[in-house]
Ligand binder design. Structure first.
Ligand code: G1P
Ligand code: ZN
Length: 543
């Protein structure tokens, strides 16, 4: 019997969030766990009979085994074809590109993004739709609905599919095409950016360090930066994907990419530094002695994108997630283009991109992207920066100083309190919510509250409404704090407090961020009463 129909029953807690289903690897490896979720996904999207799916992951522990299960289940469910990255590898933006370019019916991405990988770390799976973007809520709701009623799943009985050799093969009547993970993506990048200009920049002695953090962008960065663009060998470090990301935390921020920060602030710093995360959709940008916050990077890219051929006609508009700083709003206003504020999570950008309302979008959590795919894209952001650096011949620090002199500087920081008792975290948020209206007009830590609300989003394209998207409190004088609970943590609750302070005076543009944010930080602690409510004082991570 080549096909099996396996009896199963619903498993608790298979509700996909903004990034699909993310759990401990040990949970994903439990009997029927992955299979139930894959079958629920197939059922939730109306079946996969006759469909073509793109499948690939960031190479973390369990990637290979999970892909085999997915391929066997796709075949048993009647899929016509699966396009799979060589060795099971594909970055998230590369999956998005392949889905679009091949006009496929969607794809499955195996990753827990920037979360650590390994037998005792995290794993994840998400479905992206035919537009190449994360499934919208109505689809993830259907998937969840199916997971609560599942009775059977289908899987082929036969052994594995060879994914380690390029080319076409078939598995129980389903076609399987193994593709070079980099080729189509590199081709897209060459159509957006001026590779000749960037090549000339490197040939002229420009130096760079790209830290792939032992994750998926290694092969892409080696091929594009060192190969096509002629950056010196050794420009890309930690460039071989490993199942546990070299034991590290593949999150490109000053904490987890500390090695890169040390080099960039050291005596022999190269001109430009960058890093990407586990699945290749996030980016970190740092100049010589000049770290660029993701919010500032979005603002700079918005101001200068027209220097790259792909954006030479200007931008239709920009979008940022609500907690992202308002730096980009100021640039957009100056350029006279639309600026949208969306809830956290990339999926909210999809409709705006599809409708042609925005060209660039980004989040404070190091995600930046454009309408070239429907995911954020780490290496794309790095290449756009390189294209701008090649055109302007300015340093990163000078570009930022120029931007701040024009639009003011939005000092910004995010404080994360991890693994907080969920009940306590919810109680803190409830207490905040209950007093929002009474806060307006009051003064806290010397700052006067101008507005306070819980963010709700009305999608201007499909009219859907998303409520409960975080508490935002703005103060007169350009300060703002935002409170929300993470939707991606895998243990307890993670409280995120976002702090922002605009400064426009010429002598206030080069402050220490912590100094510029001291007042708003104090106000946030008083307003939330975080220490009393959760027993926590210092954040676990400050970015
Ligand atoms: C975090 C980030 C958010 C991002 C998401 C997926 O979500 O804050 O910007 O879209 O990861 O990468 P959170 O844990 O805050 O819900
Ligand atoms: Zn990611």
């Amino acid at each position: 019997m080549p096909m099996q129909t396996v009896r199963t029953r619903p498993i608790e807690g298979q509700k996909p969030g903004t990034s699909g289903l993310r759990k401990k690897t040990t949970v994903f490896k439990r009997p029927h766990y992955l299979e139930n979720y894959v079958q629920s996904t197939f059922d939730g999207i109306g079946g996969v009979q006759g469909k073509t799916l793109v499948v690939g992951g960031d190479g973390r522990f369990f990637n290979d085994d999970a892909i085999q299960i997915i391929l066997r289940m796709a075949a048993a469910n009647g899929a016509a074809k699966c396009i799979v990255g060589h060795g099971g590898l594909l970055s998230t933006p590369a999956v998005s590109n392949l889905i679009r370019r091949r006009h496929s019916d969607g794809g499955l991405i195996l990753s827990a993004s920037h979360n650590p990988g390994g037998p005792d770390a995290d794993f994840g799976l998400k479905y992206n739709g035919p537009n190449g973007g994360p499934a919208p809520e109505n689809v993830t709701d259907k998937i969840f609905g199916c997971s609560k009623e599942i009775e059977i799943y289908k899987i082929t009985a036969s052994g594995g599919v060879d994914i380690d050799n390029l080319g076409n093969r078939s598995h129980q009547g389903m076609q399987v095409e193994i593709v070079d993970p980099v080729a189509d993506y590199a081709d897209l990048m060459q159509r957006i950016f001026d590779f000749d200009k960037i090549r000339a920049l490197f040939a002229g002695g420009f130096t760079m360090r790209f830290d792939a953090m032992h994750a998926i962008t290694g092969p892409y960065a080696h091929a594009i930066l060192e190969g096509l663009l002629g950056a010196a060998k050794g420009t890309v470090v930690n460039g071989t994907p490993s199942p546990d990301f070299g034991g590290g935390h593949p999150d490109p921020n000053p904490i987890w990419a500390k090695d890169l920060m040390d080099v960039m602030y050291g005596a022999d710093a190269p001109d430009f530094g960058a890093a990407s995360d586990g699945d290749g959709d996030r980016n970190m940008i740092v100049g010589r002695g000049a770290y660029v916050t993701p919010s500032d990077s979005l603002a700079l890219l918005c101001a200068k994108a027209h220097l790259a051929p792909g954006y030479k006609d200007g931008l239709a508009g920009v979008a940022r997630s609500m907690p992202t700083s308002r730096a980009v709003d100021r640039v957009a206003q100056r350029l006279g283009i639309g600026c949208y504020e969306t809830p956290t999570g990339w999926k909210f950008f999809g409709n705006l991109l599809d409708a042609g309302k925005v060209t660039l979008c980004g989040e404070e959590s190091a995600g930046t992207g454009s309408d070239h795919v429907r995911e954020k894209d780490g290496l794309w952001a790095v290449l756009l920066w390189l294209n701008i650096l090649a055109e302007t011949k300015q340093s990163v620090a000078d570009l930022m100083a120029e931007l701040w002199a024009t639009d003011g500087r939005c000092y910004y920081s995010r404080h994360d309190y991890e693994d907080v008792d969920s009940d306590k975290a919810n109680a803190m948020m409830d207490a905040l919510r209950s007093k929002l209206t009474s806060l307006v007009g009051t003064t806290v830590a010397g700052l006067t509250v101008e507005a306070a609300d819980e963010f709700a989003y009305d999608d201007p394209v499909d009219g859907s409404r998303s409520t409960g998207q975080g508490v935002r409190i703005t103060f007169s004088g350009g300060a703002r704090t935002v409170f929300r609970l993470s939707g991606t943590g895998t243990e307890g609750a993670t409280i995120r407090i976002y702090l922002e302070q605009l400064k426009t005076a010429a002598d206030k543009l080069q402050m220490e961020p912590a100094d510029a944010l001291a007042d708003v930080r104090e106000a946030a602690m008083i307003l939330s009463d975080l220490s009393a409510m959760t027993g926590r004082v210092d954040p676990d991570v400050i970015t």
